[in-house]
Design a protein. Structure first.
Length: 263
């Protein structure tokens, strides 16, 4: 049973995992932690958070002991708006004196960030640091994104410094969030400095990067740089359109021309 459920877990086939778990419980075999873990992980990979939480509840009723893997998969299954359930599961891990790793912290922080709960995201990152768990790229990016929501530009810059000290290489998403945080807070100098860092480190830039840089220049009344970024933005948009044939004709596919009948 467990081998078959592990195969369902890897494929994200949560319905088959459910069926196998039900068959296991109806037979003389007792469903164990491994079986429940596989079923919950299958639900997580299939994007079925409600099913994952139902399995977690069934696990408790069946008096099967949950593990860190169980709760981690359940947290990861929670989607945008389900931050309260994610935090509840996170507290269960902490109260149960289980070890919280970077994946669990990152999952909880990401859900809080996507749900607009920036305060909880920042608090979780602080707990992560105090627990001496090394933050991952996902944890840094999600926390910086949370800083953008509340315009905490100092905290965003501090997180960038901390990532450099931790030798964690952040990506374009994290730097974009930091740039937007500085730009929205009126700290256009810091926003442009971050853009320079991205260029010096040969980091990929996208439309969001250029828009943030251009907006910072507008607020700083730097006409020449604004025109420069506007030109870069136009070029990037043209390349995007040319690379995607579906976007070339904004009016939809061209209609075949009608030939007038000859008289």
């Amino acid at each position: 049973f467990c081998t078959a459920m592990s195969a369902c877990e890897k494929a994200g086939e949560w319905e088959k995992a459910w069926e196998l778990l039900s068959a296991m419980m109806q037979s003389s075999l007792e469903a164990n932690t491994i079986g429940f873990n596989a079923a919950i992980s299958a639900c997580e990979k299939g994007g079925e958070w409600e099913q994952a939480l139902q399995l977690l509840s069934l696990m408790a009723k069946s008096q099967v002991e949950s593990s860190r893997i169980t709760l981690s998969a359940a947290i990861s299954s929670c989607t945008k708006g389900e931050w309260e359930k994610a935090l509840h599961l996170f507290r269960m891990i902490m109260q149960g004196k289980m070890e919280c790793d970077a994946i669990i912290f990152s999952s909880a922080i990401s859900i809080c960030d996507k749900s607009g709960e920036w305060k909880h995201a920042l608090d979780l990152f602080s707990v992560m640091v105090r627990s001496r768990v090394e933050p991952s790229v996902t944890a840094f990016s999600a926390t910086i994104s949370a800083c953008e929501q509340c315009c905490k530009w100092r905290e965003a810059l501090h997180l960038l410094e901390l990532s450099a000290l931790s030798k964690v290489e952040l990506n374009t998403i994290a730097y974009n969030a930091a740039m937007r945080t500085c730009e929205q807070s009126g700290k256009w100098t810091n926003a442009l400095q971050l853009f320079s860092v991205m260029l010096r480190s040969s980091m990929d830039t996208d439309l969001i990067t250029l828009l943030a840089a251009m907006s910072a220049c507008v607020k700083a009344f730097k006409l020449v740089k604004t025109l420069h970024f506007s030109s870069m933005l136009t070029q990037r948009l043209l390349l995007t359109v040319l690379a995607d044939p579906a976007r070339r004709d904004v009016h939809g596919p061209s209609r075949p021309s009608r030939k007038l009948p000859r008289r």
